[in-house]
Design a protein around this ligand. Structure first.
Ligand code: ATP
Length: 145
């Protein structure tokens, strides 16, 4: 099976660096799926779920704002923060969402503060959505066995 090289890079680390069969990316214009030999693109990314297929298995990641660049043999994802869906800490995401909502209420008179708090809320809600969706998915699999 043909593959394409995927790199997920955050300010903290290179989270992933491996050959994959396909990648579905949450871009600002909607989800795109990139297969080997894809034409070069540069797309803005929004917080959401990034799905990869590798070794005939699917894996899921949470990504934040950033850019996705496809150039011939490599897909590079540059993002503020990313983690494997299994590594999302739901309690931390819930606490961050709650704190962001409280901060939004407090910062209503400061455009900058309000926008920052809203971005934080967006990040945590994106993580929460992914973890809940994955949990539902595994339940369906267990039930159908
Ligand atoms: P918090 O508000 O909980 O401190 P944050 O939203 O400020 O988190 P980020 O700046 O988005 O955190 O990310 C910083 C680092 O922490 C990244 O490595 C990110 O992957 C990780 N991280 C943040 N929130 C979570 C979470 N809920 N589950 C797992 N990892 C997380």
């Amino acid at each position: 099976m043909k593959t394409i090289h995927l790199k997920i890079v955050t300010p903290d680390s290179i989270l992933l660096d491996k050959e994959v069969e396909s990648v579905s990316i949450p871009t600002v214009e909607g989800e795109i799926t990139v297969l080997p030999m894809h034409i070069p693109i540069l797309a803005g990314m929004k917080p959401g779920e990034l799905r990869i297929k590798a070794d005939k298995k699917e894996e899921y990641f949470s990504v934040m704002r950033g850019v996705a660049e496809v150039d011939g043999e490599t897909i590079t994802i540059l993002t503020d923060a990313a983690e494997h869906a299994d590594d999302i800490d739901e309690e931390r995401a819930d606490a961050a969402a709650k704190a962001a909502k409280e901060l939004m209420a407090k910062k209503r008179s400061s455009e900058e503060g309000y926008t920052e708090a809203m971005a934080e809320l967006e990040r945590s809600l994106s993580r929460i959505k992914i973890i809940r969706k994955r949990r539902r998915g595994s339940k369906v699999r267990i039930d159908s066995n």
